[in-house]
Design a protein around this ligand. Structure first.
Ligand code: GTP
Ligand code: MG
Length: 271
């Protein structure tokens, strides 16, 4: 039995759900089975129905109404409720063996930074349910095409990498929105960043009192040495294909597959 899961993470509105749908679309068109798991209690299905939906357990709307909570408090409540009822998830996923799960998550930073909610979920999926997990961490390219914002994006990706201890595929989403404004050379600078060069560029335009801080942050990103991004244009199957090939690689998806019977197997009687 081999089960693989991709947790799709990143700040609010970066294109996580759209990416999940593009992945499902690409995989279906290439005759690959996959399941979409929605763990965002506020999300509605887009193009594809969810195989498993947290809203069958708890919805943000009901929770806000009944508990008299705001959207962020409600979301935390829903996640705590999910973590108290993980047998529900276990049961829902239980029958799916040899499957590929795409797991859509909310973007609210509170889930990651202030509470230990996502790491607890990750541990359960990994160690109780034996799902081989990786993370696709999305950052929006239009925010990142600016050296200072880029460093803050790198730090948020790094913090998810350190917090979850999972293999990461970092993604710059909505590349189509910046393609016409930014040269290929400049884009490459952000996809395969050299933090020390970026810090020099940033220092040229920023207040000198921040130079020391910029240098320290760039050294940190440089020492960590693992922040690279793949470009994503959700409507372009080629960019989805490349990202999926990285995901397959780090989760060793194909190695976990049982050899399949050839489709057009010749019957003994036919010979
Ligand atoms: N141009 C462009 N727009 C995109 C792309 N991906 C997503 N969008 C748009 O970005 C908006 C937000 O996309 P979602 O997929 O809902 O983002 P999300 O990260 O799931 O948002 P939350 O769940 O609210 O955190 C939508 O209007 C999408 O159509 C892309 O590759 N290119
Ligand atoms: Mg979403």
């Amino acid at each position: 039995m081999s089960r693989v899961g991709v947790l799709v993470l990143g700040p609010a509105g970066v294109g996580k759900s759209t990416f999940c749908n593009s992945l499902v679309n690409y995989m279906q068109q290439n005759s690959r089975r996959c399941n979409l798991i929605n763990l965002d209690p506020a999300a509605e299905p887009k193009d594809y129905e969810f195989t498993i939906d947290i809203k069958d357990l708890i919805s943000l709307e009901d929770c806000m109404e009944e508990m008299n909570l705001g959207p962020n408090g409600g979301l935390i409540y829903c996640f705590e409720y999910l973590l108290e009822n993980l047998d529900w998830l276990d049961e829902a996923i239980g029958d799916y063996n040899d499957e590929f799960f795409i797991i859509d998550l909310p973007g609210q930073i509170e889930l990651y930074n202030h509470y230990n909610l996502i790491p607890r979920l990750v541990n359960y999926l990994r160690y109780q349910m034996n799902i081989n997990l990786c993370v696709s961490y999305l950052l929006e390219s239009s925010f990142v095409i600016d050296d200072s914002k880029f460093f803050s994006g790198c730090l948020s990706a790094m913090s998810a990498m350190i917090l979850l201890e999972l293999p990461h595929v970092n993604i710059l989403s909505k590349i189509d929105l910046v393609k016409s404004e930014v040269s290929k050379k400049k884009l490459k600078k952000y996809l395969n960043p050299d933090p020390l060069i970026l810090a020099n560029d940033l220092n040229r335009v920023s207040n000198p009192k921040y130079h020391n801080l910029n240098n320290r942050i760039s050294n940190l990103v440089d020492d960590f040495g693992m922040v690279q991004f793949l470009p994503l244009e959700a409507g372009n199957p080629d960019s989805v294909r490349v990202i999926l090939s990285y995901i397959d690689d780090i989760t060793q998806w194909s190695e976990g597959q049982e050899p399949k019977e050839p489709k057009d197997e010749i019957e003994i009687d036919d010979l």
